[in-house]
Design a protein around this ligand. Structure first.
Ligand code: SF4
Length: 357
């Protein structure tokens, strides 16, 4: 009777199966047109927690505005956050700038080439270091993210939780041991398989280039893997948000420099759910002379650990007091970076200002 293959036997077959498939099937993505480290780095940071289709436009706009690592090192924060507006996890953008400054100041504007050196840069963890080192500098270093862990769990039919540091380390070591000569193509092929074929909910096993060796498929477990540790439930917080409109300008203020959405612009808001009467009273206390409650909108916004249940009151006001910034539609569109939690309400207001607004 034939012995079952070991996990390492399975990993060893991946390059031979994946590379020809990748050459035939790789999607044409703007960041794949060259192996310039600045391009790969920006795209990898943008792609964390964000879908390819959502990133495409952001990536093109970002590189038009900041075509080099030197330009990124010098960008003013307001412009950087505006370019990032809507992508979320804004510390990623700030770390990009910090790392660019280090690259310019300490590396003469050239990227360090090894994963170990890349890991010293702000915001670059093992995944991004592996991606840049393998794709740009052809080094045999795995880039292990959720996509790659899912593929590993399925191919080896691994019943252990995969979202643990130990699992990540083990998969990284196993893959690093089988890297072929074209390291960059192997990293990208794994990413591509996870994004287009071995997807979280509906793996396309019949189209998969590694179906012949996949133990998860053979055992009918593909959709049940990977096993994940139990997640803590999200904390739910209610917030009342004010869209205060004074003659076609709305009130914005800046969040504190630390914590959730640190330093970003926001609509004024308070903890808890206020009734319409209490919201009008709060708007009066802010010195805005509220005239009329125009609309009440309820929407949630989900962060990694918190879910905001938001009630937004759109209130017409007669006064525009400091310390708020009062922005018209053009300023909201072109100047102020608003996170999606607030942008969702502002978009309704912008739509009503018309094309000239
Ligand atoms: Fe994923 Fe199915 Fe391919 Fe296995 S055969 S790697 S489960 S798509």
């Amino acid at each position: 009777m034939a012995c079952a293959p070991t996990s390492q036997d399975l990993y060893a077959q991946l390059p031979g199966l994946l590379l020809p498939w990748y050459r035939e099937n790789a999607r044409d993505l703007p960041w794949r047109r060259d192996r310039e480290p600045y391009h790969v780095w920006v795209s990898e940071i943008m792609l964390q927690q964000t879908r390819v289709e959502a990133v495409r436009g952001y990536y093109i706009r970002f590189l038009e505005a900041l075509p080099t690592v030197q330009a990124l090192a010098q960008v003013v924060e307001e412009q950087l956050l505006k370019l990032w507006e809507g992508l979320g996890y804004y510390s990623r953008a700030r770390n990009l700038k910090k790392a660019a400054q280090v690259i310019v100041a300490q590396w003469g504007g050239r990227f360090p080439q090894t994963a170990k050196e890349l890991l010293t840069l702000p915001g670059i963890g093992p995944y991004t270091a592996g991606a840049i080192a393998s794709i740009c500098f052809n080094q045999p270093v795995a880039a292990v993210d959720g996509n790659v862990l899912r593929i590993a769990a399925r191919i080896t039919a691994d019943p252990q939780p995969m979202d643990t540091p130990q699992a990540k380390k083990a998969v990284s070591a196993a893959l690093t041991a089988v890297y072929p000569a074209d390291c960059g193509a192997f990293t990208q092929a794994l990413m591509e398989l996870g994004a287009t074929v071995c997807t979280p909910r509906s793996p396309q096993c019949a189209l998969c280039p590694v179906q012949a060796i996949c133990q998860g498929r053979a055992q009918g477990l593909a959709e049940k893997l990977p096993v994940l540790s139990e997640k803590r439930a999200k904390r739910i917080e209610e917030r009342t948000v004010f869209l205060l409109d004074c003659g076609g300008r709305i009130a914005l203020d800046k969040r504190a420099g630390k914590g959730l959405l640190a330093g970003l612009w926001q609509l004024p808001n308070v903890a808890g759910h206020l009734t319409p009467q209490a919201a009008l009273q709060t708007a009066a206390d802010l010195g805005t002379h509220p005239q009329q409650l125009l609309r009440e909108v309820h929407r949630p916004h989900i962060f990694t650990h918190i879910r905001w249940e938001m009630t937004c009151y759109w209130i017409q006001c007669a006064a525009a007091p400091a310390p708020f910034a009062w922005a018209d539609a053009q300023m909201v569109k072109g100047q102020y970076a608003l996170p999606t939690a607030f942008r969702q309400f502002v978009s309704d207001w912008l739509a009503e200002q018309g094309p000239e607004g």
